[in-house]
Design a binder for this molecule. Structure first.
Ligand SMILES: Cc1cc2nc3c(=O)[nH]c(=O)nc-3n(C[C@H](O)[C@H](O)[C@H](O)COP(=O)(O)OP(=O)(O)OC[C@H]3O[C@@H](n4cnc5c(N)ncnc54)[C@H](O)[C@@H]3O)c2cc1C
Length: 451
């Protein structure tokens, strides 16, 4: 029987992502129109999709590659995250961050492979240094519970032989300007991205090479697909794209394509970015021009100071919601902006007069058993989805892995991604929503001052 499906639910991103806004107008790519033929069709222009396109260029130099992005490059979740590309185990769905030693070592090696991939793309495409900077991060502890989390994490890192440095309250204050943190754990292996800049530059690098085999189309959502003989036919509002193989790199929207139904958890988290600090405000703040703090309690606030294009700014991310609709409204963003404001004012009382300029929310996709939604889902259609909240590294790996699987390379990434069970089924929708919401609220309450 010929497979034919309509995709009725398309991505919607709410709020203006500061990371993209501070860069100024983005290069634009055309909307797909008419009949287009390619060897490969990549759907989705985030970490997974752009990494897949890059890996295809490396492995299949002569093939024609088309990439469809529903929105604008840099506007989706890939351009609205906090930019921590983390090498170490960082299990968001568990109570702490670390798992078994053997599994952790494998994950560290693979995450470092993703970091090296990003670094080599940055070098090849001559990205500004702030797009990918190997400056490390700090796991910051606000209260005793956070400190206990950090101690347990440090013990696990000792077992793994991974470098880390404990920071006292005064060292934390010296580095960041805030005396909120009673201690910290410096983890040198994290790579910090300016996420929207990295995504923009990846797309520009792929599309602008002379005789580039990659054609990128924006505002061109895949709205349906069918299998015709040996080829796939994908429709967009104004085009029909036929291709031999498809890489589906749409994270949670795999479910909108009819795959992994009732197995993916659609979660949102929220962030705000301040106005650019003027010279006098920077002096009042003190500390280094750039740093990144992940919360010792996974439900706490992520806080960054970033200095580069658009000035020196502070970015706060907190709050989680479970939204199977995959959409949130502007009222939600305004509500959580107030939580960002509180977390910001509490940490930076010396920055009275500095406002939050941009606030936004973004989708993540988790599975209940923390596994990817990866593999050949139909003949010639490869899924690189469900990054379990850590898509800067995991999305990069999934995109590379989908291409390596499709080109029959049995790489360590493919072996790892194929080694997991399938995402387990969720309870019926109302129970899943209620259960997940209660767990999130309880964990947020327990995180207390870490938020
Ligand atoms: C506020 C926030 C902070 C975060 N912080 C971090 C962090 O510090 N570190 C980290 O690792 N992760 C973080 N994340 C998670 C990270 O952003 C995601 O895991 C990552 O973006 C997933 O990458 P991806 O390429 O798989 O999917 P996405 O980035 O979601 O890209 C998928 C793309 O597919 C497009 N698409 C969907 N449907 C269609 C269609 N029908 N046709 C065409 N295109 C389509 C979408 O528009 C989208 O651009 C954060 C997320 C948020 C929201």
């Amino acid at each position: 029987m010929t497979l034919k499906r309509q995709i009725t639910r398309l991505p919607r991103d709410t709020g203006v992502t500061g990371w993209n806004a501070i860069l100024g107008p983005a290069p634009s790519y055309p909307e797909a129109e008419g009949d287009i033929s390619a060897d490969w069709l990549v759907i989705g222009g985030g970490f997974a999709g752009l990494s897949a396109a890059k890996r295809l260029c490396e492995l299949r130099g002569g093939d024609r590659i088309v990439l469809l992005e529903a929105a604008r490059i840099g506007e989706g979740p890939a351009g609205r995250n906090s930019g921590f590309m983390i090498d170490l185990p960082h299990e968001l769905s568990g109570d702490g961050y670390a798992g078994s030693a053997e599994g952790d070592r494998l994950q560290i090696n693979l995450n470092r492979h993703a970091q090296n991939f990003a670094r080599s793309c940055a070098a090849e495409y001559e990205m500004p240094a702030e797009a990918v900077s190997p400056t490390g991060r700090i796991n910051g502890a606000v209260n005793a519970r956070g400190e206990a989390h950090n101690n347990a994490y440090a013990a696990q890192l000792d077992t793994l032989g991974e470098a880390h440095t404990k920071l006292s309250a005064s060292e934390m204050a010296e580095m960041t300007g805030t005396d909120t943190y009673r201690s910290g754990l410096f983890l040198p292996g994290a790579v910090m991205l300016q996420p929207a800049l990295y995504i923009r530059e990846m797309a520009a690098g792929l599309a602008s090479r002379e005789k580039s085999p990659v054609s990128i189309f924006e505002a061109s959502p895949a709205t349906g697909f069918s299998r015709e003989g040996e080829r796939w036919k994908v429709t967009t509002p104004k085009a029909t794209v036929t291709a031999g193989k498809i890489v589906m790199a749409v994270n949670g929207h795999a479910e909108s394509f009819g795959f992994f139904r009732q197995r993916l958890m659609h979660v949102f988290t929220y962030a705000s970015m301040t106005t650019a600090l003027n010279g006098e405000q920077q002096v009042r703040l003190g500390g280094l021009p750039a740093w990144g703090i992940t919360p010792a309690d996974p439900m706490g606030s992520t806080v960054r100071r970033h200095t580069g294009i658009g000035g020196s700014r502070i970015i706060i991310r907190n709050r989680w919601t479970f939204d199977p609709s995959m959409e949130v409204d502007a009222a939600r963003i305004s509500r959580f902006r107030r939580d960002h404001e509180k977390a910001f004012r509490r940490r930076f009382p010396m920055l009275a007069g500095v406002d939050l300029e941009y606030s936004w929310g973004g989708r993540l996709c988790l599975s209940r058993n923390s596994v990817p939604a990866f593999g050949e889902v139909e003949p010639g259609m490869f899924s690189a989805c469900c990054q379990n909240g850590l898509g800067t590294a995991k999305g990069t790996l999934a995109g590379i892995g989908a291409v390596e699987l499709a080109t029959r390379s049995n790489s360590p990434i493919v072996q790892d991604l194929l080694s997991y069970d399938a995402p387990v089924k969720l309870p019926p929708a109302p129970i899943a929503k209620l259960g997940a919401t209660l767990v999130l609220r309880w964990r947020e309450w327990r995180a207390g001052a870490e938020i």
